[in-house]
Design a protein. Structure first.
Length: 120
């Protein structure tokens, strides 16, 4: 049985291209366009991959809400962001993020490989 991954990304092009690669690697992918949508779908998956900066609810707010929910608090979360500021990284770690990946200068194939490695 393949792992189900929730991909939360407001840039539709980035989200769809990464989803295609993850599916080609054998993962089931559910997509969400912002943290609010992602939070509503998080219970359905084994792993959450989220951007940080998004409308309605950002990725860090989503992770903080997940960590307060008994059903979601132990779910692994990977942050995938262009934001490499130390403050954002510290916020992510404090929120309980499992892995923080940079999408700067990386293609979907490379990012998918890192997600697969982190997913175990």
């Amino acid at each position: 049985m393949s792992k189900k991954v929730l991909l939360v990304e407001d840039d539709a092009l980035v989200r769809q291209s990464l989803a295609r690669v993850l599916v080609s690697k054998g993962l089931d992918v559910i997509e969400a366009a912002n943290g609010k949508e992602g939070l509503a779908k998080a219970a359905e998956v084994d792993l959450v991959v989220t951007d940080v900066r998004m409308p309605e609810m950002d990725g860090l707010q989503m992770v903080e809400a997940m960590r307060k929910d008994e059903k979601l608090k132990a779910k692994p979360v990977i942050i995938l962001s262009n934001d490499e500021q130390p403050g954002t990284l510290n916020q992510a770690l404090e929120a309980g993020v499992t892995v923080y990946l940079s999408k700067n200068n990386q293609d979907a194939e490379s990012i998918a490989g890192q997600i697969l490695a982190a997913a175990g």
